[in-house]
Write a protein that binds this ligand. Structure first.
Ligand code: SF4
Ligand code: SF4
Length: 211
């Protein structure tokens, strides 16, 4: 009996001086892998116009029937997108979504992107219907949002559709990803503002450890 108590205490003290392998979620978020598919975002062009042209191809491709698109015509007085049409209503039922990414693949203009945010829980079913207002990213700093005035820009005048320019957490060949931490924790964790680097565990190391 006494021996078991001392054995338990020995295990406790041994762990106390080891580096923790857990993270303090939600203050610190585990980085996800590059191809992780999380919460959707509707992207904009760098000039503030919405990428979505209301074509409904994403809704047609969705195997869960989770997307609803109501298109409307752009005018020179009220322009939302470079195309003839834009999405007047765009909704995703996140309770139906299976995060397959088919909508992202089907979109001809890289408008809908499954990003790396996985915090999408809610207390009500209604709150899980994500509207266009919830999905559309804000315009770049110093750029007007939509609607804008003016004719449709010529396709050759639009910036090259760089896939997902806002994303900063790409995995470079060195095997690192970036993630965000609150400023209040920067000193404690000795990290740079806004973006920090975390090494991604090498899968081969895990296999070796298990083996
Ligand atoms: S990720 Fe898949 S299930 Fe979810 S909205 Fe897109 S196509 Fe539909
Ligand atoms: S997100 Fe893409 S596929 Fe869906 S309606 Fe908009 S432009 Fe079309």
């Amino acid at each position: 009996m006494i021996g078991a108590i001392f054995e338990g205490l020995r295990t406790t003290f041994k762990q106390m001086f080891r580096k923790p392998i857990t993270v303090e979620y939600p203050d610190i978020k585990r980085p996800v892998f590059e191809r992780f598919r999380g919460r959707h975002e509707l992207k904009r062009h760098p000039n503030g116009l919405e990428r979505c042209i209301g074509c409904s191809l994403c809704a047609a491709a969705c195997p869960a029937d989770a997307i609803f698109v109501e298109p409307a015509e752009n005018t020179d007085e009220e322009r939302y997108s470079p195309g003839e049409r834009y999405a007047k209503r765009y909704e995703i039922n996140m309770l139906r979504c299976i995060f397959c990414g088919f909508c992202e693949e089907a979109c001809p203009v890289d408008a809908i992107v499954l990003e790396h945010n996985y915090e999408i829980s809610s207390y009500t079913r209604k709150a899980m219907i994500y509207t266009k207002e919830m999905l559309l990213v804000p315009p770049p700093p110093g750029v007007p949002g939509t609607p804008q005035k003016g004719p449709a820009p010529r396709p050759q005048d639009m910036p090259h559709p760089v896939h997902n320019p806002q994303r900063v957490d790409r995995v470079p060949p060195g095997g690192f990803v970036t993630t965000y931490v609150p400023t209040s924790l920067l000193d404690e964790y000795d990290l740079t503002p806004d973006v920090v680097l975390h090494p991604v565990p090498d899968p081969e190391d895990d296999e070796n450890a298990e083996g």
